[in-house]
Ligand binder design. Structure first.
Ligand SMILES: *[C@@H]1O[C@H](CO)[C@@H](O)[C@H](O)[C@H]1NC(C)=O
Ligand SMILES: *[C@@H]1O[C@H](CO)[C@@H](O)[C@H](O)[C@H]1NC(C)=O
Ligand SMILES: *[C@@H]1O[C@H](CO)[C@@H](O)[C@H](O)[C@H]1NC(C)=O
Ligand SMILES: [Zn+2]
Length: 384
């Protein structure tokens, strides 16, 4: 029994060390492989044609797509680490006037709206990030097409507003730098009402139905494409979700969702074409492995784990602790169960040892000189 406990502890420790290792080796990004900037502005220099049907092929054609900090990911809400020190996001210049207009483009992979660099994330990161473009990921009527998932569930669609670090010249340069990009992501669901702000883009869909077509739309308040509440978000280190998959994106996924009407979503799913009259849909990458990465949350859902409880051994995974002020509210049901079972186990062990000890004493008294009859055997040998 003791041996079992020991092995269990050993396994736990090993797990923590491994998690630590994979994390530290995850920043091997060098960005020197391909020159195809599709998540960005330039989609002219296609060296490879990539598609969403064979995402495994990306890994061989684009070195970084094989990395250990890839996006999107599944966000496991119970494992997100509440970090009260995450700074709130402050946007600036998002309220655009209708002139000059914005370029809306069907690039064969997504519907993309070019944004002026006067739009920026003023606070929330270590540097100021300037907007470059926003685009969408979607599925079909049958298949929800968000890239990120929440507890393994897809939303119908997802918006990405792509920003680059203001210390770099442009998006293309920043995309290759470790601290180059910040993407704000929002989940799009179906609501009862038409979303007027989304309609400013969706009403122009038919003008860009053919691959590589463009149109101009009047500027508007881009802030309204994001959820009302920007205070609750998840944060993690990831990548572009399209080739060349550079691992240079500081991701923010908002907890609050955006809704559009069923009709609006259907328009997005059914209007755009790619290549020779194929429907442009299901343009989402499958969730990628975390490889030890942490997902932070700016907010604490009732069952949460606090980032203050970071394990000192690896500095990576957090173990729940009972806080002096707090109650079991601060821990998830799983944590409480684990502790309860742990306590039960220790008590059983103690009880058994005490019982065994008494038995041995009793027997050694009664049969002092017939030691071969002792019924007590060390626990460790019985269960191996
Ligand atoms: C992402 O931004 C946070 C600040 O909000 C910063 O602490 C973190 O280092 C950034 N990640 C990367 C990879 O630059
Ligand atoms: C992201 O990477 C940066 C720089 O390597 C690091 O400081 C930060 O803690 C990471 N963020 C998370 C959420 O792990
Ligand atoms: C928002 O957070 C709550 C609490 O953690 C969670 O249950 C819900 O699934 C989250 N939704 C999204 C879209 O992140
Ligand atoms: Zn995207």
């Amino acid at each position: 029994m003791l041996l079992k406990l020991f092995i269990l502890l050993l396994l736990l420790v090993q797990d923590q060390v491994l998690a630590g290792e994979t994390h530290s080796s995850s920043s091997e990004e060098d960005g020197s492989s391909e020159h195809d900037d599709d998540e960005h502005e330039k989609s002219s220099s296609h060296e490879h044609r990539w598609g969403y049907e064979d995402q495994e092929a990306w890994r061989s054609a684009y070195h970084d797509c094989n990395g250990k900090s890839q996006s999107p990911i599944d966000i496991e809400t119970s494992k997100a680490i509440y970090d009260r020190s995450l700074p709130a996001i402050k946007l600036d210049g998002y309220d655009l006037t209708d002139q000059p207009g914005l370029k809306l483009h069907n690039n064969g992979h997504t519907l993309q709206l070019s944004l002026p660099s006067s739009m920026r994330i003023l606070k929330g990161f270590d540097e100021i990030y300037l907007a470059a473009q926003l685009h969408f990921h979607w599925g079909t009527i049958e298949v929800p097409g968000s890239e990120h998932t929440i507890d393994n569930v897809h939303f119908p669609a997802e918006i990405h507003v792509v920003h680059y670090n203001s210390k770099y010249a442009d998006l293309a340069e920043a995309a290759r730098k470790k601290d180059g990009l910040a993407v704000l992501g929002g989940f799009i669901g179906i609501g009862l009402h038409e979303n007027e702000n989304y309609e400013k883009i969706l009403s122009a869909l038919t003008d860009v139905s053919i691959e590589e077509s463009n149109t101009m739309i009047p500027g508007f308040n881009i802030r309204h494409l994001l959820p009302n509440n920007l205070e609750k978000f998840y944060r993690y280190n990831g990548s572009l979700t399209t080739p060349p998959c550079f691992q240079t994106v500081n991701w923010t996924m908002f907890n609050d969702t955006i809704t559009v009407s069923r009709r609006q979503l259907a328009a997005l799913e059914k209007t755009l074409k790619a290549g020779q009259n194929q429907l442009l849909s299901k343009n989402f990458r499958a969730p990628q492995l975390l490889h030890g990465r942490r997902v932070l949350a700016s907010f604490s859902a009732s069952p949460s784990v606090d980032s203050a409880n970071t394990n000192t051994f690896t500095g990576e995974k957090s173990l729940p602790k009972v806080k002096t002020s707090g109650t079991f509210d601060d821990m998830s049901k799983g944590d409480v169960l684990a502790i309860a079972f742990g306590a039960l186990f220790v008590m059983t062990l103690l009880g058994f040892s005490a019982y065994a000890y008494q038995q041995r004493k009793k027997y050694s008294k009664i049969k002092k000189d017939t030691r071969q009859n002792v019924i007590y055997k060390p626990a460790t040998k019985e269960e191996v």
